[in-house]
Design a protein around this ligand. Structure first.
Ligand code: B1M
Length: 234
């Protein structure tokens, strides 16, 4: 059979088949196919938020699980995240118009003295994939930069990344400054990076250490659910 005969025409699939196909395409990091799938669903009258949650976030959840379980590795996840970003770029302006609910907002950055950003970028993409608004401060962030972003962006979560044993103590500088300024309890602080561990996270006063991007998403969702339950309980 030729390749052409194997080709799947996305527009000929019914909605359920198309969403399943988009899960596969996201898993395989096929950006153009994901963009096409998103456009087809929108043309069929799907709300942008439904496309985001059912097709993209649904697909990314599978990617996240297989990444956590060691079935997928960083390059594949970056490709999947890139495909997802393609779909999200189409939905972003439409979501802003329709005012779809966001899961929450996170400000994230790599700490001062550290220029590693691959892990942080992966966390950002996975968080966006899970419906969070992410404000990425980039690399080499001094405490002032974090505090300024907390002020201007008013996020639910502050995420910090460090890959060096020499830069990870800087996370404590940021948290201590937040305490000094009476702002610590206004945010959930999540930290991550290869040299960290749970004990370190506790010792510096973070709310949680996240081993990888999938754990970061699960932990962030968990904290948001607790926050909403607290608000609902008054
Ligand atoms: Co650097 N480097 N590096 N490096 N580098 C390491 C970290 C190192 C372990 C290599 C080694 O020696 N074996 C070592 C650190 C040793 C130590 O401190 N104990 C090291 C060193 C020494 C250095 C330099 C000092 C080298 C030199 O110049 N002499 C230098 C430092 C520069 C600086 O930052 N000031 C340096 C430079 C670089 C490059 C620029 C070449 C490049 C970075 C490119 C970039 O990021 N754009 C680089 C790289 C690529 C690495 C390794 C090989 C890979 C890091 C990576 O991207 N991993 C790394 C060795 C290693 O880790 N195996 C190494 C993949 C990434 C997906 O994983 O970042 O762990 P990771 O992120 C994970 C989790 O940790 C977690 O989720 C992510 C996804 O699952 N996570 C978070 C991360 N951040 C999070 C934040 C969260 C939540 C979860 O917030 C909520």
């Amino acid at each position: 059979m030729s390749d052409q005969e194997d080709d799947i025409i996305l527009s000929e699939l019914d909605n359920e088949e198309l969403v399943q196909q988009m899960f596969d395409d996201l898993y395989d990091g096929l950006k153009e196919e994901i963009e096409e799938g998103v456009n087809i669903l929108l043309e069929r009258g799907w709300q942008p938020y439904q496309v985001l949650t059912e097709a993209l976030v649904g697909g990314m959840t599978i990617v996240g699980k297989d990444f956590r379980d060691g079935i997928l590795f960083v390059p594949e996840v970056l490709l999947a995240a890139n495909a997802m970003k393609g779909g999200m770029a189409i939905l972003k302006p439409l979501l802003a118009e329709t005012g779809a609910p966001r899961v929450g907002t996170m400000v994230i950055g790599t700490v001062k003295g550290d220029i590693h950003d691959i892990g942080k970028n992966l966390v950002s993409m996975m968080m966006e994939g899970a419906g969070f608004e992410v404000v990425d401060l980039g690399i080499n962030n001094p405490v002032e930069k974090y505090l300024e972003a907390l002020e201007t962006e008013a996020p639910d979560i502050l995420g910090m990344s460090a890959l060096l044993t020499t830069t990870m103590p800087y996370m404590k500088v940021v948290i201590d400054t937040m305490i000094e300024q009476g702002k610590r309890d206004d945010y959930v602080v999540l930290v991550g990076g290869a040299p960290l561990n749970e004990e370190f996270g506790k010792a510096i006063g973070a709310d949680a250490y996240c081993r990888d991007a999938a754990v970061a998403v699960e932990t962030a969702k968990d904290f948001m659910a607790r926050k909403h339950n607290k608000l609902a309980a008054g």
